[in-house]
Design a protein around this ligand. Structure first.
Ligand code: NAD
Ligand code: MN
Length: 483
């Protein structure tokens, strides 16, 4: 064993094996139950070493049109007419196959997107399966879901997802849509298309009727072609606020329905009576795991003044133990930044943070030389007006401020155009309730952070979006309710 085996954090390497399945060198588009060659291709890389993993199809207007036509045909001839219990059976089958293939999905998610295998293995893949199970259960019980109303499917749904939770976002989109009798055309993000394509293979193996799920890969132009196509009845989008606004303008007046899950700048608020060690873990979990590539990341920390020094000391110590490196190593806490472009965006905002006068702190752990990496970073001495406090960095960067009273914490936390999520840490139940009901955010966690369950609706207020995913609210977004 050479000394390199011990470079990261003093642990021996524990790489996840990748020899239990194979990744194709190229993937076509999944349209109408067939694999269709696109006119053009593009490459997806591994952000941990910049190596090309596979070539995938670049869907243009022609292919998007083909996919929408296939979805319409499947909607009208099969899926919307099928007994609901049968739709449920297909969804259960997808859920079970996902569990069976969990290991390979976890590996592909980490290879293509850079997230630690621990995250993809323990969070992304099980939650994706859970979403299919949950919605499979609803398929034949929809008539009980909304008392007094009769749920009908909407039609063909265009779905566009980002790169931070590629498989999970695909599950969030596809499972409820199918349960309610809709058919879909889904476009994964251009840096992480592989898990959605593997899901297409799985759906093929599950024998879903052709055209119920169509997967088209490509970048913004492919997404735009999907949004603008007159053949879709609804668009479900997760991604940046900027593109979300663009989509809303593009479909204004078209009668298309939409849900938008956009960016966030969550406040994580720690009171002096909080369990400090648990809160420190919650801060770490909130912003550093998954490289801060989380829309609901706790990217702003508010600490009560009396405990600020103590929390900061413990936080720095804990950050020093985080292992940054190979996403496929089971010890890794912080993987690779998803793309060079995203890394540049993080670097530029951090530079602005320093220029605007905030105090930067980074731990002294080493990071790999090749690939895209960013050390866990803290900013203190932050002002409300600083761009690192106002803008979504989407990286492992935490802006810290202090407060004295709950009122001050609420005022500061709500001083943002976003409103996706938040966290409160306190020993006092009444304070937790006061805070959670005063924060302008779709989701607020108390004494925990980044917890997800298919039963619980998720979504934003203000510039963080419109609509909910998950739970009954999420189900409702995929139905027309006849009274
Ligand atoms: P993005 O909004 O550009 O991309 C999200 C998805 O939309 C991708 O599939 C992309 O191909 C597609 N898209 C891009 N332009 C489009 C258009 N004009 N019409 C239709 N679809 C289009 O997000 P990004 O480039 O991946 O990252 C940019 C920023 O977005 C990040 O820095 C981060 O702040 C934020 N972001 C948020 C989330 C979230 O879950 N809320 C996820 C990823 C990124
Ligand atoms: Mn990739």
């Amino acid at each position: 064993m050479d000394s390199n085996d011990f470079i990261l954090g003093g642990y021996a390497k524990a790489p996840e094996s990748i020899d239990h399945f194979s990744i194709n060198s190229s993937y076509d588009l999944f349209i109408g139950g067939r694999w269709v060659k696109a006119t053009q291709q593009f490459k997806t890389t591994n952000p941990a070493n910049d190596q090309v993993i596979a070539e995938v199809g670049l869907a243009g207007k022609k292919e998007v049109n083909q996919a929408i036509k296939a979805a319409r045909k499947a909607y009208e001839s099969v899926w919307s007419k099928m007994p609901a219990a049968d739709r449920g059976k297909y969804l259960f089958r997808i859920a079970r196959l996902l569990q069976e293939r969990a290991r390979q999905f976890a590996v592909v998610e980490s290879l293509d997107g850079g997230k630690p295998i621990r995250e993809s293995r323990d969070v992304d893949v099980p939650l994706a399966a859970a979403h299919f199970f949950y919605h499979a259960g609803w398929a034949d019980k929809l008539s009980y879901a909304f008392p007094g109303a009769k749920p009908k499917p909407i039609g063909v749904i265009g779905q566009i997802i980002p790169w931070n939770f590629p498989l999970l976002m695909a599950a969030w989109k596809i499972a409820p849509a199918l349960a309610c009798g809709n058919t879909v055309v889904l476009k994964p993000a251009e840096t992480t298309p592989l898990s959605a394509l593997m899901l297409a293979q799985l759906i093929e193996d599950a024998d879903l009727p052709p055209g119920v799920v169509n997967i088209v890969t490509g970048a913004g132009e492919t997404g735009q072609a999907l949004v603008e196509h007159p053949g879709i009845d609804k668009i479900a989008f997760t991604g940046s606020t900027e593109v979300g606004k663009h989509i809303r303008k593009a479909i204004a007046g078209s009668g298309k329905r939409y849900t938008l899950e956009l960016g966030g700048k969550a406040a994580n608020i720690i009171f002096e009576d909080a369990p400090i060690n648990e809160a420190v873990e919650g801060i770490i979990n909130g912003i550093f795991f998954n490289q801060g590539h989380v829309c609901c990341a706790g990217s702003r920390l508010f600490v009560q003044e009396s405990i600020a020094d103590q929390v900061l000391r413990k936080l720095k110590k804990r950050i020093g133990t985080l292992i940054v490196g190979d996403p496929l190593d089971k010890n890794t806490d912080i993987g690779a930044i998803n793309s060079r472009e995203q890394l540049d965006r993080i670097k530029s905002l951090v530079k602005i943070g320093k220029e605007e006068g905030a105090q930067l702190w980074q731990s002294d752990q080493r990071i790999p030389r090749k690939g895209n990496w960013f050390k866990p970073t803290l900013f203190t001495q932050c002002a409300q007006s600083h761009r690192i406090v106002q803008e979504e960095v989407f990286g492992p960067v935490l802006a810290i401020q202090t407060f004295r009273t709950p009122k001050e914490a609420i005022a500061k936390a709500n001083n943002t155009p976003y409103g996706l999520s938040g966290g409160v840490w306190t020993d006092k139940g009444s304070k937790a309730f006061q805070m959670t009901s005063s924060l302008n955010a779709g989701v607020v966690w108390a004494n925990t952070f980044n917890k997800f369950d298919p039963v619980s609706p998720f979504g934003g207020m203000q510039e963080s979006g419109i609509g909910r995913e998950g739970g009954l609210q999420g189900l409702r977004a995929y139905c027309n309710l006849e009274l």
